[in-house]
Design a protein around this ligand. Structure first.
Ligand code: IMP
Length: 185
């Protein structure tokens, strides 16, 4: 039978990407940086990334919720506790897909007058972009497929996988447990 899911990235690939991104961000911000992560998908990525930084670093979190998929209409469910004025800020995203969510977030953050504002994303689904976005630090460019694991979810599940799996969304929806069984035979 054809596997429903395949392993796109293992723990070693993710570790190497975090090491590279940590170096890039440290080089770009020698005086320190504030990483702003977007709940919930970026949490596991952020936790590993932050330990690869060699400059002074603070973290904060934004919570968002979509009104409808691909609508670009999102709202803040949790705001930052940090004043961004004059700060060097890097927004940490899990996936930039259409770019609509990132567009909304950047508008929000720019209005708070940071000294600089960069973007780091684990995944760039460039082929699906509707709103072009400046990405300063990219873990992996991926194609038009749905990925789960390492913080990324499908209906709230799979965030705890220590790998990233890719597969067909309809197959995943039809039988979520069998999907995982394919990954850990
Ligand atoms: P955008 O507004 O279309 O760029 O959507 C970005 C958001 O959609 C990401 O922050 C994720 O929460 C979600 N997303 C997009 N693609 C995937 C995926 O393959 N797996 C899990 N979540 C995804």
């Amino acid at each position: 039978m054809t596997p429903r899911a395949r392993i796109l990235l293992g723990a070693d690939d993710l570790r190497a990407a975090n090491r590279r991104l940590g170096r890039e961000i440290s080089d770009a911000h020698p005086d320190g940086v504030l990483l702003v992560a977007v709940l919930k998908g970026s949490v596991i990525f952020l936790a590993d990334l932050v330990r690869e930084l060699t400059v002074p670093v603070e973290i904060d979190f934004l919570g968002i919720s979509s009104y409808a998929p691909d609508s670009g209409r999102v709202r803040l469910t949790k705001d930052l506790g940090t004043d961004l004025a004059g700060r060097d800020v890097v927004l940490v995203e899990d996936v930039v897909d259409t770019g609509l969510t990132l567009g909304y977030l950047l508008t929000q953050l720019r209005s708070r007058d940071p000294g600089s504002l960069g973007v780091c994303t684990l995944f760039d689904k460039r082929a699906r972009r509707i709103l072009p976005q400046p990405l300063d630090h990219v873990g992996f460019e991926i194609g038009d497929e749905f990925v789960v694991g390492y913080g990324l979810d499908f209906r709230g599940r799979y965030r705890n996988l220590d790998l990233v799996a890719a597969g067909d969304l309809h197959t995943l929806a039809a039988d979520p447990d069998a999907y995982v069984a394919d990954l850990y035979p």
